[in-house]
Design a protein around this ligand. Structure first.
Ligand SMILES: Nc1nc2c(c(=O)[nH]1)N[C@H]1C(S)=C(S)[C@@H](COP(=O)(O)O)O[C@H]1N2
Ligand SMILES: [Mo]
Length: 218
């Protein structure tokens, strides 16, 4: 098409063509990677909503313990110093909550679940975990998901201690599952031989909770 064939808004038409070839606004060049990062049925938020059962335990670091046991060779009962003496990992992850909000680019520091697994040495029969929070919350995950290279027991977010409302002094992060699996105020981790439903799972939520498969409810 030559310029002569263009109607009066030819300037706009040319701009649109240029934008299209640059992938701006109009094509999937920008939209598509975004859509692939955001799981189905989710929308992006910039703030960080607080969700829990309504009681936010106030656990000073001096009082905090993490007990890891069940089907493991070397159960541990870590205090804060023992936890902080473990190898420290920093990584950036997205959050996907089953209530449909997602939040990108969260920087966590803490102990990688793989380092915790090395410490306690799960027995061959261990295939699932039950996670316990100081508020009485429980949630279950397969060991394979807990052992993700992106999962950690985090004590810091964006370089600062995780606040009490978000599960400080330490909480679990399993970024590739819905956020209800990421127990706040973590107190105990039990390695189990068989899967067992936690708090939300008893109430109809999915036993695994993969956001990409929309495993919201069972
Ligand atoms: N101990 C504990 N952990 C919990 C919960 C809870 O009620 N208690 N709620 C879960 C749910 S449903 C979500 S969506 C996230 C919310 O974490 P946030 O408040 O930091 O966004 O924590 C999860 N972990
Ligand atoms: Mo949630």
């Amino acid at each position: 098409m030559s310029d002569d064939d263009l109607p009066d808004d030819s300037k706009l038409t040319r701009s649109k063509q240029r934008w299209a070839s640059e992938g701006k606004f109009l094509t999937g060049h920008i939209a598509r990677p975004e859509a692939e990062r955001l799981p189905p049925g989710q929308h992006l938020v910039r703030d960080w909503p607080v969700l829990d059962l309504g009681k936010q335990p106030d656990i000073a670091r001096e009082r905090w313990r993490l007990r890891v046991g069940g089907l493991v060779e070397r159960p541990v009962d870590l205090d804060w110093a023992g936890f902080m003496a473990l190898p420290q990992t920093t990584l950036r992850t997205d959050i996907h909550c089953v209530t449909t909000w997602s939040r990108y680019d969260n920087d966590w520091t803490g102990v990688a679940t793989r380092d915790l697994i090395d410490l306690v040495a799960p027995r061959d029969e261990a295939g699932f975990l039950m996670l316990h929070g100081y508020d009485g919350y429980t949630t279950n995950v397969p060991l394979a998901d807990f052992a993700s290279e992106h999962a950690l027991i985090a004590h810091s977010w964006q370089g600062k201690p995780i606040t009490r409302e978000h599960g400080g002094p330490a909480r679990l992060i399993i970024p590739h599952l819905y956020f209800w699996k990421s127990a706040k105020w973590i107190k105990g981790i039990d390695f189990l031989g068989a899967d067992k439903a936690g708090f939300w799972e008893v109430n109809g939520y999915h036993m695994r909770g993969d956001p990409w498969a929309e495993e919201r409810y069972s």
